[in-house]
Ligand binder design. Sequence first.
Ligand code: UDX
Length: 437
Amino acid sequence: MSRPAHRVTIFGAGYIGLVAGACFAELGHHVTIRDIQPERVRILNSGEVPIYEPGLGDMLARNKERLSYTLDGDEAVRDADVAYICVDTPPTASGDADLSRVWAVIDTLGTAGHLKAVVVKSTVPVGTGERIRRALDEAGLGHVGYASNPEFTAEGRAITDFMRPDRIVIGATDTETADLVAALHDGIDGPVDVMDIASAEMVKMAANALLATKISFTNEIAALCEATGADITHVTRAIGQDHRLGPHFMNAGLGYGGSCFPKDSRALRALASNTGYPFQLLTAVIEVNELQPRRAVQRLKTQLGTLKGRTVTLLGMTFKPGTDDMREAPSTIIAARLLAEGAHVRCWDPMARPGPGAPWDTAERHPGISEALDHADAAVVVTEWPELRDTDWSAHVTRMQTPVIFDGRNVLDLTTMQALGYTYLSVGRASGPEHTA
Ligand code: UDX
């Protein structure tokens, strides 16, 4: 049951491009991955992986005879049937998506008349595909098909999400291109949903916005729970049993971070504003999210009286567990706020790779949880790493100067922590002496 192999060029060796490239190679296609960062290409050519994503290194190694990496855009598409655009689209000052990297790739394709299709996987504002289609036509590539094939993979489980998707969305104007993109996914067990290009672009933005809405809604209910004495974990558990709502994306906490939700929700709001439509619901979702880490610092300040001169340990730095990604991580806001209040900030994380600009220069990073907690006045559970559930909290209680824990992800057991002698604060659960209702 051999499937026809295609020659696919992936532009962008980031989380999305590397995972797509590895998975297409696993499905039997020949894949060239092109990136503009020499160091990234060098690392990949040496057999290493420049990012952490479970299973990715093994998959790249297993399919290495069908994978190549290059800096050269012309060389990358020389023999390709399909060019996949997986470059990043960071926000501009106005909140719109910066599409300059996408356009740079389109420029590279100018001489690639042999291509059968150009496919965009990067998250782009609705309407981008139509503009790219016009640009391709003007560049003499009118015969090359165009498709939008948005990505729904989450970091930390991207390989599984790609190989076992809930759906494969393909936006195209002609059946031939849609069929070609669908054929690239042969071997994957998941429904293919073909639609027009603008709708496919909207699916991605709207899906992320709805998930972000669910999180912010839960965080608002959590704030009400704190004020009224209800417990958000009981509330969401029972709400989640309603099959119309489902249990997912209802964990109250320090808010969403990462490379997608913050950026995509702002981009959708900007898109709406640009069309003269104020997307008020999404504006509130974004505001609630921005408030979450600040509320945590404020509650800690109330608990400790002052943050000036206090040592606060951040347990977890990445935006979620299972990744080394620090993009839009709530930890960066919490650290910056604590430093601004005059606190000493320490941190622990098993995997974080702090990039330039993060406030870690002034924060001490410790390799072990015990060391990080030594003589601390308080600790904040920022990322729900499993190590934090498993660590011996009974030993830490005397290690800390004052055993104050702010569990920003509600991962620890409230009664156990209180029984151990901690002043235990969490999100949306009446806990600790601060609750006097
Ligand atoms: C997300 C989408 O899930 C994925 O479909 C899209 O392609 C890219 O964006 P990702 O950013 O990798 O993926 O992480 P995800 O697991 O969805 O979590 C996003 C953020 O929301 C994290 O900061 C997480 O801590 C937070 N979150 C998630 C909550 O605060 N509460 C929840 O209930 C769920």
